[in-house]
Write a protein that binds this ligand. Structure first.
Ligand SMILES: [Fe+2]
Length: 205
């Protein structure tokens, strides 16, 4: 019996023109980064196609194959979601968080500066990602750490800021100075986009 998978293909989202004119993060970096994102979309499509062809009749062999495909799927899908957040909320003018997100930050971290310092430190401590996420069970924001595309910290939390700290996000522009890149990331954040997400998900202070 083959696994019954609906494996409709998806296509990458287009890159917003504003992403090619960021402050401190070059067009070269963004274009190469966007190609990586396209790669995750292609990988997701390819893996779902392969999963649809897995024959469960040869069980023992299948489980190792299945393990590998399903792990790769989480990595590819994580890579898609993380980068869609990342690209979507860059292209703004940074500053202190505004609107409802700004209120959440003040309520849960005390100040915008404290929130930023915590997210920056989390980004310096992590291998791949740091996210500011609203945790629905806790009813508050946390800056969570992720080491890989598929190392999601917790269920039932909605990421609102996605800080990519893989070297590919900054090495061309900043060398090993990840801290300077994180400052540039903050300077390019678009809090209107973040507040649209806060509203869309019905998060309230
Ligand atoms: Fe990335």
């Amino acid at each position: 019996m083959a696994l019954a998978y609906n494996h409709d293909e998806i296509t990458p989202r287009e890159l917003k023109p504003a992403l090619l004119e960021l402050e401190g993060i070059s067009r070269e970096t963004v274009e190469a980064h966007y190609k990586l994102y396209q790669g995750y979309v292609n990988k997701r499509n390819e893996i779902l196609g392969k999963l649809a062809g897995v024959d469960l009749a040869s069980a023992n062999q299948v489980y190792s194959e299945l393990r590998s495909l399903k792990l790769d799927l989480t990595f590819a899908v994580g890579g898609i979601k993380n980068h869609e957040l990342y690209f979507e909320h860059l292209g703004g003018s940074g500053g202190d968080p505004s609107g409802v997100f700004g209120e959440l930050v003040k309520r849960d971290f005390g100040s915008a500066a404290a929130w930023r310092a915590d997210l920056k430190a989390t980004g310096l401590a992590g291998r791949g990602w740091a996210w500011a996420a609203y945790d629905w069970d806790e009813g508050r924001l946390f800056n969570y750490l992720g080491d890989a595309q598929n190392a999601f910290p917790v269920w039932n939390a909605t990421p609102l800021v996605a800080l990519d700290v893989y070297e590919h996000a900054y090495f061309v522009d900043f060398g090993t100075d990840r801290a300077a890149y994180i400052e540039a990331f903050f300077n390019n954040l678009d809090f209107d986009v973040v507040n649209d997400w806060v509203q869309r998900y019905g998060i309230r202070t």
